[in-house]
Design a protein around this ligand. Sequence first.
Ligand code: AMP
Length: 294
Amino acid sequence: MEIIKSAKQMQEISLSLRKLNDTVGFVPTMGYLHKGHVSLIENAKKDCSKVILSIFVNPTQFGDGEDYEKYPKDFDRDKKLAMAAGADYIFTPLVEEIYPAGFKASVKVRELDSVMCGSFRPGHFEGVCTVVAKFFNITLPHRAYFGLKDYQQYLIIKKMVADLNFPLRIVGCPIIREDDGVAMSSRNKYLSESERKNAVILVESIKLAASLIKNGFTNLEHIRDTVLEKFYSTPFVSKVEYFDFRDSETLEGISSINKHDFKGSGSDLLIACAVRIGSTRLIDNMIFDVSAII
Ligand code: AMP
């Protein structure tokens, strides 16, 4: 496994891999790897002959007062996990390499970026799209792997790739969870022991909402009220930024299962939330196949 810091060298390597008929898989991350990231690398390795993992804490996707400065890092551990999972290259540039003085470009996917996390983190998805577009041009992958844990990000990147004709395929990979159901995240490290125990409220609330829908409750506003009550009676929940029911393709808000005709739309119901446990912001979601119940 090779560690590459220069964008030019990474691009030259990718070009030569493509000339040799290798299939190039790309897995972008911010490092501090866990089993969720490992599963993306393993999925990439199954499909592709060469896998490039990027580790880059992208400053432009963090807002003022967010955790850019304290984002956890452990490059030695990351290297071992990446190699064991089958990565062939780690691309880990310095910030100055990606954003040299005078950098002016920006990529924005309108509308999809203005709801859910986008409305609480202004500029976040523009930062994500810009760096991912740049990394696609540097790593020139045939396929790029994204976790469904960041579902809105996955959808926005897919739209960016379609709208801007990037010649690659986006592959969405399932959410990897801890034994108690909590979605793995580098940010779980910020949680105290008691906060971590109570973080299970995110997945439990989503499951509660899903089971109410399965049992025939159609008014999603009422279900949200029930879920919010549960959140605010849980210790350490300091804020529920959103608990949303949305069309899984358009991210349009849905208030009632009956009113929204999913049949033939090809999309499912997305149940997604962002919640602060103490001062740590966590997200989770589930895609719910509505066709089974309507
Ligand atoms: P991050 O390092 O948090 O920016 O995440 C890098 C990639 O790993 C993104 O595509 C995430 O969606 C994905 N990822 C993070 N956590 C998980 C998880 N628990 N399961 C699956 N994918 C994940």
